[in-house]
Design a protein around this ligand. Sequence first.
Ligand SMILES: Nc1ncnc2c1ncn2[C@@H]1O[C@H](COP(=O)(O)OP(=O)(O)O)[C@@H](O)[C@H]1O
Ligand SMILES: [Mg+2]
Length: 248
Amino acid sequence: MVVIKDLHKSFENQVVLNGISMHVENAQNMVVFGRSGTGKSVLLKCLIRLMEPDAGEVTIDGKDVLSLNLKELNILRKDVGFLFQGAALYDSMSVRENLEFPLIRNFEYTQGKIDEKVSEVLEAVSLEGEIDKMPSELSGGMRKRIGLARSIITKPKLMLYDEPTTGLDPITAKEISSLILDLQNAYKMTSIVVTHDLLCAKIIADRAIVLKKGHIHSEGTIEELLSDKDPFLVDFFSDEVINKNGRD
Ligand SMILES: Nc1ncnc2c1ncn2[C@@H]1O[C@H](COP(=O)(O)OP(=O)(O)O)[C@@H](O)[C@H]1O
Ligand SMILES: [Mg+2]
């Protein structure tokens, strides 16, 4: 589904991505770990050219992303969902309007079709009763679920999640991670998930990579990475992930 070859991205004289190569199989969930500032968000943005990479190749669903013109890129982006770090709902819009927004912007559906899709996705996140509420009337966890619903309502083939559980309490973080996994399976999506949250990664990941100084330091299943004796990995999984979140 996703093939990345030798991806490079620098800002002025700071090298952020220094030759990243990886691939994600169809319907698999790949987790991306790495210390703060190692280029995880930059990597996600480069994949769909929200940032332009300097060099390399990105193939998504067979399409050579870096050679697409703007029109072709916009067509591809309809198949890619992106849940940004700290993604917020539109405060002045109801839950229903928030969910309708990506459908109205990207497709020419009838109101009947839109209503059907809104109901379906609300059921998937178990918030059918909240359809006419405003975001301010919902808890943080509920807003996150609606944000998730909004990013999958167009049924993307590929989902990119940037720190989906950051800022949530541990119980809500676990619920959201399980919900992400359920939605991935129900909608048969492929995903790349940037996270610091080891519990989230354990729930969601088929495989994971660890970024270090612009390259991929390691790749494997979570179990393989956690049992690896490599000093960088041991250190990373002790202080960065486990202690930071104070659990697991
Ligand atoms: N638009 C930008 N302009 C300049 N530097 C940037 C920009 N975006 C990110 N960077 C730099 O790239 C590095 C990686 O950023 P980022 O991908 O956001 O890290 P993280 O792994 O924490 O998500 C950081 O040093 C950041 O300052
Ligand atoms: Mg980031």
